[in-house]
Ligand binder design. Structure first.
Ligand code: 13P
Ligand code: SF4
Length: 360
């Protein structure tokens, strides 16, 4: 079983082309936490704001979002909630691309984030200029990008997809005779390619968190707990996906845990999701898939170092001071909204649920 360390560290030993923050979670006693809850709830009311949180952020933020009439979900569903919310300000507790997507879909709203440096290795590993050049070199291909990308990369794309919709969109494009350029996640790209058999040219990006899960150790863990089911997010390596009882998006994994007869699950995704899983499936046991062991390189970790940058104190400060506002330039926004809207229209026409039910 993986060792739980609180500090998200060790990623910088991997010679990555960007710096990964080493984040230590905020430590608060119950009184401090309640005081911050009260202060933030008051500020949200005063500023006509709603708090929208991702499943991967600290449970305290998820609890506060639900207590104050906000929302906790996956990245696209957060954007949908933002769209439907009457609030004039949205505070997005998640990572940068989620704030940008909220702004792209809700340009009239003020979008704030607890920390604007909270990014994503997939976004950082797909810089817009280099990506544009790659697209120019393969202009015969339809450009499909994952939600975890910058607004500028979405602006260069024909389609944006999520992990829950990628297979269906790629099949649809293949049926129309289109060849695909896929970015940025190579593991999700490989998974979609295997599921569909479609000709896909794949960018070399990865999620440093999901990449840390280890197939060999997962197999040993499953042998020791044969009754458990293995749930895997498709950003994980092929050796981990191969062992899965279910592969799906964050919302898909929660729904599977809720509906399955199994009592125990080994989960290969960010451990922040355990809060919602326990709420959705009370009494069931959730275990982290291994990120350490003989085949681990260093301190691997199943918690996203950027998601961990969100804290109650930073949230209170950004609301109080109106700082950390997310802006997207108009010309980029106008192009990016097209690739996002294509997915929304496609899914609606297909009758697919791309949004989480989030009724836990
Ligand atoms: P979702 O789009 O399912 O919320 O996942 C986002 C993410 O960052 C997965 O690592
Ligand atoms: Fe990006 Fe991975 Fe963090 Fe998700 S878990 S936000 S894909 S770095």
């Amino acid at each position: 079983m993986s060792e739980v360390c609180e500090t998200t560290g060790g990623f910088n030993d991997r010679n990555l082309p960007y710096h990964v923050p080493e984040t230590t979670p905020e430590v608060l006693d119950d009184d401090q936490k309640e005081a911050l809850y009260d202060r933030i709830a008051k500020l949200l009311k005063e500023k006509d704001a709603a708090l929208v949180a991702h499943y991967y952020v600290d449970a305290d933020l998820q609890i506060l979002a639900e207590r104050t009439g906000g929302y906790v979900s996956d990245s696209l569903d957060m954007a949908r909630f933002g769209n439907e919310s009457d609030a004039s300000t949205l505070v997005v507790a998640g990572v940068r691309f989620m704030g940008e997507t909220a702004k792209i879909l809700n340009p009239e709203k003020t979008i704030l984030m607890p920390d604007l440096d909270a990014n994503c290795s997939l976004d950082l590993g797909c810089e817009a200029e280099a990506f544009g050049k790659f697209c120019d070199e393969h202009s015969d291909r339809t450009v499909v990008v994952y939600a975890n990308t910058s607004a500028a990369v979405k602006a260069r794309a024909d389609w944006m997809v999520t992990s829950g919709s990628a297979v269906d969109v790629i099949k649809h494009l293949h049926d129309k005779g289109e060849k695909i350029l896929w970015a940025p996640d190579k593991y999700l790209g490989d998974y979609v390619q295997q599921q569909t058999g479609v000709d896909m040219l794949i960018w070399d990006g990865s999620c440093i968190v999901h990449e840390s899960f280890k197939g060999t150790e997962l197999e040993a863990m499953k042998k020791a707990r044969p009754e458990s089911k293995i749930l895997v997010h498709p950003e994980s390596p092929p050796s981990v996906i191969a062992l899965a009882d279910f592969v799906g998006s964050t919302t898909g994994l929660i729904n599977y845990a809720k509906e399955s007869d199994a009592k125990e699950f080994i989960v290969a995704t960010d451990r922040g999701i355990f809060h919602k899983m326990q709420q959705a499936a009370p009494g069931k046991v959730f275990l982290e898939a291994p990120t350490a062991g003989n085949s681990a390189t260093c301190q691997s970790c199943s918690h996203c170092p950027w998601m961990a940058m969100n804290s109650l104190t930073k949230l209170a400060e950004c609301l109080e001071e109106g700082t950390n506002e997310v802006f997207v330039e108009d010309d980029i926004r106008e192009k990016a909204v097209k690739s996002i809207t294509r997915l929304l229209d496609f899914s609606k026409a297909q009758g697919h649920v791309i949004y989480g039910a989030n009724d836990a």
